[in-house]
Each structure stands twice: as structure tokens, then as C-alpha cells.
Design a protein around this ligand. Sequence first.
Ligand code: PGA
Length: 254
Amino acid sequence: MRKKIVAGNWKMNTGIKDGVALVSDINKELKNVTLPSDVEVIIAPPFTHLTFFEQVTDRNKINIAAQNCATESEGAFTGEISAKMLKSAGCSYIIVGHSERRAYYNETSDILVKKTEQVLKNNMTPIFCCGEKLEDRKSENHFNIVKNQISEGLFHLSDDDFTRIVIAYEPVWAIGTGVTASKEQAQEMHAFIRDIVFRKYGKDISDNLTILYGGSVKPANAQDIFSMPDVDGGLIGGAALKVSFVDIVKAICQ
Ligand code: PGA
């Protein structure tokens, strides 16, 4: 049975003091929630918060993720943070190829291949992001774009390594805009992703692949989107910065 995940991506928000206060409050609120064994909650704070989070979160309830990592494992790469360091800071997941990194930091598929390799090599799970821009959807090129992102970024992986991947479909036009893809649009793309994975890796691997939806998910719409058969949870931005993030977690538990 595939895992269901609700992951909060805090992006470049909060200082250490207010970030630790927020995660402590989320942690407290989660005490009242019984997580089914197939559900995981993840929070990806800024790098600076990671070691503090490890101290204040109940690791049975909250997994810690990083939002990015270096392409290399160590050495003279000023300003970079390696997957190995993130592992030592308590991370079990790393977000790879978020659309903001693709757009603002020119992360190409070649770069994402290297980052994914670093995450896997250090025994963590990559949350590999894909998603089309508005113009791609308008020109009905969205399936091609997503297929290329996934095949270029992931289809070199062995069967064993692919079973360790989580995919997040995040249409760029829905990120931070308040516009959510309809549940039908999300389902259509998730089913498409599962199908291309099926063609490459077969039924077992595609059936067990966790595919998250991201883009303006909030407590009010989470349950609706999560009700779709190929939507296995969400990658949450803005709505992850409030204690009511826990309501999104509750939506996946139903
Ligand atoms: P959003 O961001 O929920 O604020 O739209 C989602 C994301 O970028 O992961």
C-alpha cells in the first residue's frame, strides 16, 4: 500500500524563534491526531532551523525535510549545503526541483539528476517536483512538459531507487496564487504520471508511488483534492505556516 503524505514547505519564511514556536505548536496540536500507519507528516523549514526542529519535534509524528541540497557531496562549494550534512541535521526527505528553484536558480534536469543522486546516496527520500506553467496548459502542452521533467529527472534510476522516490505535481499557475487545480485536473495529471511510471517500471512500482499535489492547498479544499484516487497527499506552501496546517493533516487521515 502506498504512503500518504502531507508535507509543509516553509520556503524562505520565519526566523528561528518564531519558526521553532510554530513547529512546537503544530507538534502539540498533532498530539491529538492519531496518524494511520500509512500517513506521514513532513515539515521542510529553512536550513537554519533544522537542528532546532530536531530537538523540539516528536519524530514519531513529524519528519523533517530540507528544501534543497547541493549537487556535490563536499568540498570547495561556498554557500552550498550537502545532502550528507542535511542527513546529519535530522532530515529524512529533501525537496528536489521545486518550480521556484527551476525558475529562479536555473535548475535544469542535469542538476536535478545530481541532487536526486545525492539524496538517495545518503539514504533520504527525494520529493521530486514537476509541473507546467500557465502558458503550457493553455497551449495544451502540460502533459508533455511533465512527462519530460519526470523522464529527464528520474527515468535513469534503477527499479530499487525509483521505489524510494516521491513525486509532487505542482502546476506553477497554482503555486501561491490562491488558484487551485480542480480535483479533476489534479486527478487527470496524477493518473497520467502513474501511467508513465507504469510503462517504465511496471505495475508494482507505479501502484506504490506516492504522488502529492501542490498549489494553494488549504484546510478548506484539502479533503476534496485528497479524495481523488491518484492523489496521495499534498505539498503545502502558504497554508503550512499556520497551526491550521494540522487540519490538512486531518484531511488525509480520513
Ligand atoms: P502554495 O505553495 O501552497 O503556497 O501554493 C505550494 C508549494 O510551492 O509547494
